[in-house]
Design a protein around this ligand. Structure first.
Ligand code: KG4
Ligand code: ZN
Length: 347
């Protein structure tokens, strides 16, 4: 069989996106974002995001096909994010994708968005090694996965016990007065600050809790400590050293993520670390992962920034893996699952 052509559709949060992938090659990639409509509320408003998906769905999918010089008859399968994500947003993308599949008589795969974030690395680095470790860091997830086969078998090695890293950054960014999403602002300010200016706690790294949870994460303590420290200064009318706060926070979070991911690679004897999720656009994390990987002889595969945040290419790429592996398509009545577990690759 020649390489499958897959149309990927994404609508889990505030990006409506579509892309065409052929095998491991990206043919087209279109993203429309409603991010600016949410900024003044300090976070994504599901109703606004859902409405934006309904408006953008047809133009975005049409553009992705047009950019690929194709129409729907040319694709072998459709893949769509079925979860996890905001229910109303998922419903728009999944309903649209099902209609398209039904009308064009194409197989459809309701895929796990989070697994898409790691699958996308194949567009840049090629197929996964047989047994590999993956670090997922997004707005809603911070997890370590053991990927035996991206189309068939993924196990959770560790996960956050409370907040995700992205969530923690977004909340601190709000206290510092940055608009949503705050992650990129913290990244920028961190580049001008001193990473050792403030002590930021590193959850589950030491003592009994660290020993009990070597591959799990906890970021709620980080959020509370930084918020208290900043609010203390604000209460005294003192200026907040924003760059130093951002640099210390980013350095601390990047260290925890890197150290735990490398330890999990050792545990599974993996010489490759696959990295994905919106937060992995973060400069401090990218630098630390690459430097530590070099020291320890572990190849770190981080997608280019454009493919870190939500997109259709990640969905199409995972769809292509499923087609190539001969996995049965989803039934046309598959539901959305806003809390889809990470071990479930497709519906
Ligand atoms: O994967 P994603 O686009 O959405 C989810 O599936 O959750 O991730 C969004 C998260 C947000 O928390 C955002 O602040 C964070 O990724 N993010 C960053 C950066 N770019 C995006 N965090 C830190 N530094 C960045 N450069
Ligand atoms: Zn995402």
């Amino acid at each position: 069989m020649s390489a499958p052509v897959v149309l990927g559709i994404e609508s889990t949060c505030d990006e409506t996106a579509a892309a065409v992938v052929c095998g491991h090659s990206l043919i087209s990639n279109v993203v429309a974002s409603s991010m600016n409509e949410h900024a003044r509320y300090g976070g994504v408003i599901p109703e606004i995001a859902s409405r934006a998906h309904a408006e953008a769905f047809v133009p975005v999918v049409s553009q992705a096909l047009a950019d690929a010089n194709m129409d729907i008859a040319d694709v072998d399968a459709i893949a769509v994010s079925a979860g996890p994500g905001l229910a109303g947003c998922l419903a728009v993308g999944v309903s649209g994708a099902k209609s398209l599949a039904l009308a064009a008589n194409k197989p459809i795969y309701g895929i796990n968005h989070v697994i898409g974030h790691i699958a996308v690395t194949q567009l840049q680095f090629g197929a996964f090694p047989q047994d590999t470790l993956a670090l997922i860091v997004s707005g809603g997830h911070t997890s370590l996965l053991h990927v035996q086969d991206v189309a068939r078998k993924i196990d959770v090695v560790g996960t956050t016990l409370d907040d995700a890293a992205g969530e923690c950054f977004d909340k601190i960014a709000r206290i510092l007065g940055f608009p949503y999403p705050g992650g990129p602002h913290i990244d920028k300010h961190a580049q001008a600050g001193d990473p050792h200016a403030i002590r930021v706690p590193q959850g589950l790294t030491q003592g009994k809790a660290g020993a009990q949870h070597p591959y799990d994460f906890s970021f709620s303590g980080v959020k509370t400590a930084v918020a208290r420290w900043v609010e203390g200064l604000q209460a005294q009318g003192q200026p907040v050293p924003v760059d130093d706060v951002c640099a210390s926070l980013a350095d601390s979070v990047a260290s925890v993520l890197t150290n735990k991911a490398m330890a999990a690679c050792d545990l599974y004897g993996s010489s490759t670390l696959i990295v994905g999720g919106g937060f992995t656009a973060n400069s401090q994390l990218r630098d630390k992962l690459v430097a530590t990987g070099k020291e320890r002889g572990i190849e770190v595969r981080i997608p280019q920034r454009q493919l870190c945040t939500d997109n259709g290419a990640m969905v199409a790429m995972l769809g292509s893996n499923l087609v190539e592996a001969g996995v049965r398509p989803s039934a046309l009545d598959f539901p959305i699952n806003s809390a889809m577990p990470l071990s479930q690759i497709c519906m």
